[in-house]
Ligand binder design. Sequence first.
Ligand SMILES: O=C(O)CCC(=O)C(=O)O
Length: 282
Amino acid sequence: MAAARSGTLEVPHFDVSADRVDAYQRDGVLLLKDAFGDWVPRLRRGLERNLAAPQAYRFPAESTRPGEPGRFFDSYCNWPLIPEYRDFVFHSAAASLAGQAMGSGRAQFFHEHVFMKEPGTQRATPWHQDLPYYCLSGEQSVSIYIALEAVEQALAVHYIRGSHRWNKLYYPKVWLDGGDFNVDDPGMSSIPDFFAGPDDYDIVSWALQPGDTVLFNFKTVHGTTDGINTRRRSAFSSRWLGDDIRYLDRPGETSPPFPDIGLQPGERMREDWFPVIWRRPA
Ligand SMILES: O=C(O)CCC(=O)C(=O)O
């Protein structure tokens, strides 16, 4: 990975082939083996800060009930507080990868999100798309999901190939009980249990090693089974916005909530809150 001038910040260039970009745009999900192995120790240190004092950081969520085995923890929007996360956002090749994958002229950072399931956890990550949680509309998006621990295929996140092109949005889910929320959002419906069949959905998942990375679109349907995690599995996701992403005023609270964002529907996301980190070289 050579350092290259990005046009915005001096971020490293990610060498991704045109074939892989095409596959990402066609399928809405793409595996890149060992794409960010160098960052795993630093991101793990960041996650340890998050876990050592969850309440000191933003949006800590526990999605296992008292008495239920294991622990399913997530937390997000902590890049201003956790130096290892911030370092990744501003100095890794993620922005370059995101911009190219989205076919965008720029990569604007939205937020990071960490996930951790402790051994014994059986609680599934419900099937969902990320876009219905967000105050956003548009097609050019990518989450860069980096495994921080090894995970076997059956317990890894599963994705439905091509679901970003279904022209369909599903109500967001409460992870603790799998219930829908924001059900007043017009044009959405309750997401089916795709594991229950019919099996004509192209569901993919991969065994991951630390550093292995999955790219997926904010509209790509994803979730896990309720298989028992026999060892810790954790991951760091960074979320990126491309050229056509605009602010959308959704009915109900979004996640993350940005009540003071001060934008009108249709405007670009403000760059002082969501920095543009990469621009396509001229
Ligand atoms: O790791 C998980 O279980 C969930 C990941 C996820 O939903 C995401 O990155 O959007």
